[in-house]
Design a protein around this ligand. Structure first.
Ligand code: SF4
Length: 669
């Protein structure tokens, strides 16, 4: 029998790419996006090319072009029309939509065999298959060899018991076959890019901006309990050959691909990763600036190599954001999640070295991990800032992935993990009808962080984002944290403590608490604002827009100054007051169309700049300078909102530039 095979992989939302490059419109303009961002459906391509290379008679298999865009259902069904087998690659961002398509495929053509694989399919699929009768078979773990064996068996009419890594219904029960061993020689898997699996997609969408998933190795030697890296955690790392990887870079550059996301769990773990980064930079130089960016997940432990890699990428203008992932700084939590971070001293040194090179970094922190308490969570944020993370922290809710150790009932019970399903909606995605909303279980209380403490921790998280990382009070809080010894969480708590003479800050705290309780009950994290570009906004930016639209930011700074000055020593208090005033002037808002010359009795900018690099504070002196408010300036709210979408991941852009005037002595000299 000859089989027609359809492969479906709905790729992730690309809001993180849009935030870096524009695409919701360009920075500072309200122009509609000229093109869409599209990720190549890499997993689907791998399955296709593996079958085409290794099938005993490849002519027995015809592949429809992979389906990867969330088009209307009738369009998708037309693309899959006539397929004997349809395979879905399922992960947290596409499971429900994939199931909806699968149900429609089955309803239209009941004889079509529907197969699901990918990390979202539970290792024990019994209950999952019961809940989803439209799915005939599930494939578990690494997919290529199992999928080949499956389609061979279907084409031959052979029994499925001989196919590895499979689960299916038989005689009223679920039958499971033993897992295939992992593929150790990855070069037996042809590159879908080089073998032409995506040529039809490129031809069909010539105006799209493409993002390439680049897999240089598979496996992760670590075993964090919250993680399910495609069932490849706690495993040996196997690698693809260098010449194939270099050819993929050229392939992408020749097609003017802009963004490469490296799928490796730990880029920098292998010595050759530095060579790969250099090769990517050389490719960009050879191909007129393509690819523009290579985004990698830095390995935790090979610190020196990770630093060199980022230097190479930064020098080539390819840096997609340097992650220094920690997830938690609490030893009990790290032990509970089986994770071993770099030391605080190493983190501090690394931060200062990146800052000295002018390379921004960000750190991942997860709220709701087992073992974490409100106090340890707050202390972790404080330590992070004290150790030099002033650029950005990417805060996540603790998510329950089906095959992660954390999802096991015994583990959940041992740590008192309570979860709610939460709609997965990306920041800056359009408000409006969604045919299907994806859902993810998030932890909203634990044995060490009861529900009320989770709400307080969530409020702290958002307040830290708004007031510190979004730069609303970045200058004084940095000075207080580093020079004044006032932990960031202490200062933020003081600011949000309700008080009659602080109506704006008090209302902000109340708004965040109300939102946190809603999220704890299962509301989506972002907030829909049809009136602000018609998109969903992350809570920090929603709060900012709310403050700005009510013209309350000036009042916020007036309320904050005495609170923060009261936390400082007598000598530091005047500098902190000046830092609040300078911060207020620097915070980029719409309707400012002239630069502003300012004078201070102290040196708030010098104190802030020293705080960022851990240098001794400057001597006390009067200072002057200019806020450059005109590059850019916004005279419409919509234009400023567009700017905010850019700021989401580029936090420094929240502030206008400050040009300090030379000191009088320097002028005299
Ligand atoms: S979080 Fe990263 S380091 Fe930990 S197991 Fe997952 S991939 Fe490996």
């Amino acid at each position: 029998v000859t089989l027609t095979v359809g492969l479906v992989q709905f790729t992730a939302e690309l809001s993180w790419v849009r935030q870096r490059f524009g695409g919701r419109g360009r920075r500072g303009t309200a122009a509609p996006p000229p093109t869409s961002w599209t990720i190549f459906p890499y997993a689907a391509g791998l399955l296709q090319t593996y079958v085409e290379r290794h099938a005993a008679d490849p002519t027995r298999f015809r592949f429809a072009p992979p389906v990867h865009v969330r088009e209307p259902l009738d369009v998708i069904l037309a693309r899959l029309d006539g397929c004997d087998v349809v395979g879905f690659s399922s992960y947290v961002w596409n499971e429900r939509f994939s199931l909806a398509v699968a149900a429609a495929v089955k309803a239209r053509a009941p004889r079509t065999i529907v197969v699901f694989g990918g990390p979202q399919v539970p290792d024990d699929p019994t209950a999952w298959l019961d809940a989803h009768p439209m799915v005939d078979l599930t494939v578990h773990g690494e997919g290529e060899a199992a999928f080949l064996a499956l389609v061979q068996a279907l084409a031959d009419g052979a029994p499925l018991d001989g196919v590895p890594s499979l689960a299916f219904r038989a005689a009223g029960a679920i039958r499971r076959t033993p897992r295939a061993p992992r593929i150790t020689d990855l070069d037996t898997i042809p590159s879908p890019y080089l073998s032409g699996a995506f040529d039809a997609l490129l031809a069909e969408r010539p105006h799209d901006r493409w993002a390439l998933l680049w897999e240089t190795n598979r496996g992760c030697p670590f075993s964090c309990t919250f993680c399910d890296w495609g069932s490849a955690t706690a495993s040996k790392v196997h690698r693809f050959a260098m010449d194939r990887l270099l050819a993929e870079l050229d392939w992408f550059a020749e097609r003017q691909g802009e963004f490469i996301f490296c799928c490796d769990a730990n880029f920098g773990l292998l010595p050759r990763d530095l060579d790969l980064a250099r090769a990517a930079a050389a490719t960009k130089a050879r191909h007129g600036g393509y690819p523009r960016t290579l985004s990698v997940q830095n390995t935790k432990n090979a610190v020196e190599r990770a630093f060199e890699i980022q230097r190479v990428l930064s020098a080539a203008g390819m840096n997609g954001g340097v992650t220094l992932a920690l997830q938690s700084l609490d030893p009990a939590t790290l032990s509970a999640i089986r994770r071993d971070n770099i030391s605080a001293a190493a983190f501090r040194t690394l931060q200062h070295r990146f800052r000295a090179e002018g390379i921004p970094t960000y750190t991942d922190i997860i709220l709701g991990l087992p073992g974490e308490s409100l106090a340890s969570y707050a202390a972790g944020i404080d330590a992070l800032v004290a150790d030099g993370q002033h650029d950005r922290v990417q805060f996540y809710n603790c998510a329950m992935l089906p095959n992660a150790e954390m999802a096991a009932p015994a583990y959940r019970a041992a740590h008192g993990l309570q979860v709610v399903p939460q709609a997965l909606i990306g920041a800056h995605t359009p408000v409006g009808d969604r045919p299907v909303t994806e859902v993810m279980d998030i932890v909203v209380a634990t044995g060490t962080m009861p529900a009320a403490d989770w709400v307080r921790a969530k409020v702290l998280t958002w307040a830290v984002e708004i007031l510190y990382f979004d730069r609303v009070l970045h200058l004084p809080l940095a000075v207080l944290a580093t020079r004044g010894g006032v932990p960031l969480s202490t200062a933020v708590d003081a600011l949000l403590t309700p008080a009659a003479d602080r109506p704006v800050l008090s209302a902000l705290g109340a708004r965040l608490a109300e939102r946190a309780r809603a999220v704890q009950a299962g509301a989506p994290e972002p907030v829909a604002l049809p009136e602000a570009l018609g998109v969903w906004w992350a809570v920090d930016q929603w709060a900012l827009i709310t403050l700005a639209r009510a013209f309350q930011l000036e009042a916020l700074w007036l309320e904050a100054a005495p609170v923060l000055a009261a936390l400082a020593s007598t000598g530091l208090a005047p500098v902190v007051r000046d830092a609040v005033a300078l911060n207020a002037a620097l915070f980029a808002q719409p309707f400012e169309v002239e630069d502003a010359a300012l004078a201070f009795a102290h040196d708030p900018w010098g104190a802030y700049a020293a705080a960022l690099v851990g240098a001794p504070p400057p001597g006390d002196r009067a200072t002057r300078g200019t806020v450059v408010r005109t590059r850019p300036a916004w005279v419409r709210w919509e234009d400023w909102y567009e700017h905010l979408t850019f700021c989401h991941n580029q936090k420094a852009a929240y502030l206008w530039p400050w040009i300090p005037a030379p000191a009088e002595a320097e002028v005299a000299a």
